[in-house]
Design a protein around this ligand. Structure first.
Ligand code: PLP
Length: 421
């Protein structure tokens, strides 16, 4: 099967064209002279991006943090791939699948700025991260460091490692509004002892959208002989960075979040030379101990996803990573800057642009997050998710590229009215 390109498909299907624009390619050409930071507030451009999505009219979707459902173009491509793989059947699985998967992996590696030998496609961040957490060659009494604001599934996997291998977990708590990078680095450094083997850190904390100074944390941990696993479920293809620049040992992400692939796609990065330190989850035949594919035996899987990842990469490149980052940050600051100083409103996301991007979290004094989320949905028709734990009490707000300022105005109105009530 030959991979069709995003723009070619758009022209063929006319899928995302909106009134006055014949193709997505023309749209991008029309706006290409505008720098990303300026384009972030160009509602004409983003309205045309919005037209490429099929949106449910029932509510304003500010809960993309779970799954950034795909634009129509990627969806149509996926359906085409399902048809083609089904048509070719075992022939595809025996003769085409491996090459296509390798090609997609190489494109993912390019997006992450690393070597294809350091990346494998997984089914989600949970698979990527839990594989490392369980796979480290633990000895009883070894210690691991993590934060209570990390994702529950990974914290549970560390608890399992404690039961299974006698790992001792040291859990820190990251402040919602830190004053400096050093404050955070120190927090993690203080939890490290001579027995620490692994430190896990979220690149972006999922419940608040706070970006952590991962490079500094990795440098500090390495200076103490500790390896670092980064949970990048919300960072990859959300804001721009190169994986090697983080200086981490392992990195896991879900691609169905900010890369907007169909459900069931993830990435695992293992820095060269580290694969031999990890047991696979499912056994692979004999390979070089440092071959990352030793960690990636998953049996038969929905192979058309590999092809749809490539379509999502096309979409990502067509829009442009920097444009996407700037727009997502613009949307978040658009609403948080209007409510941050209102008495009774608590914004749990830092104001410093280096510490945030598209995700924000807001609470209302005296209102339980679950009740806040219910009122947002029932009275204002806004879909968010309530967070009530780990020192975070509020609703997580995660817009996407199709979100309009008018939709965020409804959120601002809701926060303003509820803070006064
Ligand atoms: C920070 C973080 N890590 C890991 C995950 C797990 O992702 P998945 O369910 O796609 O495996 C999530 C999911 O929301 C997350 O927010």
């Amino acid at each position: 099967m030959r991979k069709r390109t995003f723009l070619k498909n758009l022209l063929a299907l006319g899928a995302t064209a909106s009134p006055g624009v014949n193709s997505f390619g023309q749209l991008l050409t029309r706006f290409e002279h505008i720098p990303p930071a300026q384009l972030a507030s160009n509602e004409d451009f983003w309205a045309e991006i919005r037209a490429g999505y099929r949106l449910k009219p029932d509510y304003i979707n500010l809960e993309n943090g779970f799954y950034c459902f795909v634009p129509q173009e990627t969806l149509e491509n996926l359906i085409g791939h399902v048809r083609e793989v089904n048509y070719q059947g075992s022939w595809y699985m025996r003769n085409e699948r491996k090459g296509n998967k390798a090609a997609t992996t190489a494109r993912l590696a390019e997006l992450g700025g690393c070597s294809p030998e350091e990346v494998v496609i997984t089914r989600n961040a949970t698979e990527s991260l839990d594989l490392i957490i369980t796979g480290i060659h633990w000895k009883e009494g070894d210690e691991a460091v993590m934060a209570e604001q990390d994702y529950g599934a990974m914290l549970n996997q560390f608890k399992l490692a404690a039961k299974r291998y006698g790992v001792v977990n040291k859990v820190v708590s990251v402040p919602n509004l830190p004053q400096s990078d050093e404050e955070i680095v120190e927090l993690y450094a203080a939890a490290i002892t001579p027995r620490t083997r692994l430190l896990m850190v979220s690149h972006m904390i999922n419940i608040t959208g706070q970006i952590l100074p991962v490079r500094k944390i990795c440098d500090m941990a390495h200076s103490k002989g500790v390896q670092v696993l980064v949970d990048g479920a919300h960072a990859f293809a959300h804001f721009q960075f190169n994986l090697p620049d983080l200086n981490c040992d392992y990195y896991g992400s879900s691609l169905h979040k900010w890369l907007s692939t169909p459900l069931g796609a993830g990435l695992l990065y293992v820095k060269k030379g580290n694969a031999e330190h990890v047991w696979p989850l499912l056994a692979e035949g004999e390979r070089d101990p440092n071959d990352i594919h030793r960690l990636n035996h998953i049996g038969t899987y929905p192979a058309y996803t590999d092809l749809a990842i490539s379509d999502a990469i096309d979409y990502h490149h067509a829009i442009g990573g920097k444009r996407k980052e700037e727009r997502l940050r613009y949307l978040q600051t658009y609403w948080t800057s209007q409510v941050r100083d209102i008495p009774g409103v608590i914004v749990n996301t830092p104001e410093d642009p280096a510490r945030h991007c598209g995700i924000g979290n807001v609470g209302i004094e005296g209102l339980k997050p679950a009740d806040f989320a219910k009122i947002l949905m029932e009275k204002y028709k806004i879909f968010t998710v309530a967070i009530d734990g780990s020192n975070v009490h509020g609703c997580r707000v995660s817009p996407n590229l199709y979100t309009t300022l008018e939709e965020l105005d409804v959120l601002v109105k809701a926060c303003t009215e509820l803070a006064k009530a």
